[in-house]
Design a protein around this ligand. Structure first.
Ligand code: TGC
Ligand code: FAD
Length: 401
């Protein structure tokens, strides 16, 4: 099988289409993941621990907001390099990629895009170095797929706002210094507020019962009369569309990241199948195992082509959000199926954290759900190609019948 670089899964030679800068970005993170993540992530995942010592390491390597401009302390890389970084992080663990995704795509990107120059200067360099950590509060206990139904409210008071509400399933919640909280004002308009997590009235509770994303912090944020001065309101973060545009950034990174998880599972299953003897021969010499491995390779290769193409489109400024939905939906479901197939090949060993497949499969159940469930992306794409909205209570034809 054609390989490139460090035994990389690259059946169609995509390596040749990458620039030196893109390869360097990927290989730098690949080394970190091989040395500092893979040897210990299984045990940490089992213990429910996020590898906090990696937070400054990723800052030193300018991973956070790597596709944002250098003038704010970021790496200023293009979107293919950024995607390859996400791929390598998720080859280690989806929780690690998630940490960086939230920091970069859901906190730094909105501050860069919707914030004032003073807000950018205050937050972006510190977030880029990993000295400050952010989280993104959109989902609520009763509003996930339909964020427009949020209950969190912002009331105007003096030269600021008072926020009340609960945000649920918030990645990085209890390790964050700042939360980008989305709330409705008295006119029903959704706005984005930068809320310091130690502000009076703010409480954060971790969710400890997860059997997915165990090496990632997930929290509930409760806001009771939390005061936010005008200086901490993102002036351009107005309307549901502003929140959804942030999701497009994160979904783009996930479309790449999922490939990393799939590669980890495929490589592990291939190596195991070559060495595992049953009925007097390697199981890799059986037709059924070969079919599984070939299906895995084929789906990874298709996902790589998809990610590469949307990366170049994003850099060209031509990428639409429905196209990102197509890639997120396909690549995450692909990775989940690859992880499950890999677990099958590993037999009993596959249910332990000594191997990677089961951990990745469990994590990918979350990745298939967050940032828009598989079904939500089906409906986004369905609406895009038919022009008819199938989300809400109204009939898809708008009630004309
Ligand atoms: P809808 O009418 O569709 O949209 C309102 C306005 O926004 C525009 N828009 C988008 N713009 C950019 N990117 C997107 N992805 C966009 N989706 C919609 C849309 O064109 C419209 O603009 P305009 O000018 O016409 O006003 O609003 P809706 O209420 O019908 O929304 C439906 C739906 C399902 C598309 C949307 O609400 C949705 O995507 N739901 C899923 C929610 C979700 O993904 N939540 C994720 C929370 S964050 C998270 O999970 C972090 S996980 C950690 C990690 O990332 O690692
Ligand atoms: P629901 O919206 O209640 O959906 C339940 C089921 O109904 C799903 O299968 C869905 O596809 C289906 N469904 C919903 N609507 C329709 C429809 N119209 N037609 C057909 N089927 C439909 N959120 C944040 O804001 N910030 C974060 O940092 C964050 N991190 C997360 C971390 C983890 C570990 C997890 C698990 C979630 C995280 N989330 C975060 C929340 C995540 O975005 C939501 O879980 C997701 O958007 C789905 O919402 P829900 O869980 O409320 O499911």
């Amino acid at each position: 099988m054609p390989m490139a670089g460090r035994d990389r899964v690259d059946y169609l030679g995509l390596e040749a289409l990458l620039s030196d800068e893109e390869r360097l970005a990927r290989d730098t993170i690949a080394r970190l993941v091989d040395r500092e993540v893979i040897p210990r992530i299984g045990r940490a995942w089992l213990a429910g621990e996020f590898l906090t010592d990696l937070i400054p390491r990723l800052g030193e390597l300018r991973v956070y907001g790597a596709n944002l401009p250098a003038e704010y302390g970021c790496a200023g890389l293009n979107n293919v390099a950024y995607g390859l970084i996400m791929q390598e992080l998720e080859r280690g663990d989806s929780g690690l990629r998630s940490f960086a995704s939230v920091q970069g795509a859901l906190v730094m990107w909105p501050i860069y895009t919707y914030g004032t120059e003073a807000q950018r200067r205050r937050w972006l360099p510190a977030l880029a170095r990993g000295e400050r950590i952010g989280c993104f509060g959109l989902t609520e206990p009763t509003a996930g797929s339909d964020p427009g139904a949020m209950q969190t409210r912002a009331r105007r008071r003096g030269d600021g706002w008072v926020l009340n509400g609960t945000k649920m399933w918030i990645t990085n919640g209890s390790v964050a210094d700042v939360a980008l909280v989305w709330a409705k004002d008295e006119g029903g308009q959704i706005r984005g507020f930068l809320v310091e997590t130690r502000a009076p009235g703010m409480s954060v509770h971790d969710i400890h019962t997860k059997v997915s994303m165990r090496a990632s912090v997930t929290s509930e944020l409760v806001l009771e009369d939390v005061w936010v001065p005008d200086a901490d309101v993102l002036p351009e973060a107005v309307g549901l569309g502003a929140a959804l545009r942030c999701l497009t950034q994160a979904r783009y990174g996930i479309a790449w990241g999922a490939i990393g998880a799939a590669i980890a599972c495929y490589e592990e299953a291939l190596a195991y199948a070559r060495g595992r003897i049953a009925f007097g021969r390697p199981i890799a010499a059986t037709q059924l195992i070969q079919e599984r491995l070939v299906d895995m390779l084929t789906e990874i290769t298709k996902a790589q082509l998809l990610a590469y193409r949307i990366g170049r489109m994003k850099d060209a400024g031509t990428l639409r959000y429905a196209q990102v939905s197509l890639a997120k939906r396909n690549n995450v479901r692909m990775a989940l199926e690859v992880a499950r197939a890999a677990r099958t090949i590993l037999g009993a060993y596959g249910i332990t954290v000594e191997y990677q497949a089961m951990r990745h499969a469990a994590n990918l159940e979350t990745v298939d759900t967050y940032e828009g469930t598989y079904d939500v992306h089906t409906l986004i794409l369905g609406r895009d190609i038919t022009g008819l909205d199938a989300f809400g209570a109204e009939p898809a034809d708008g009630g004309s019948s």
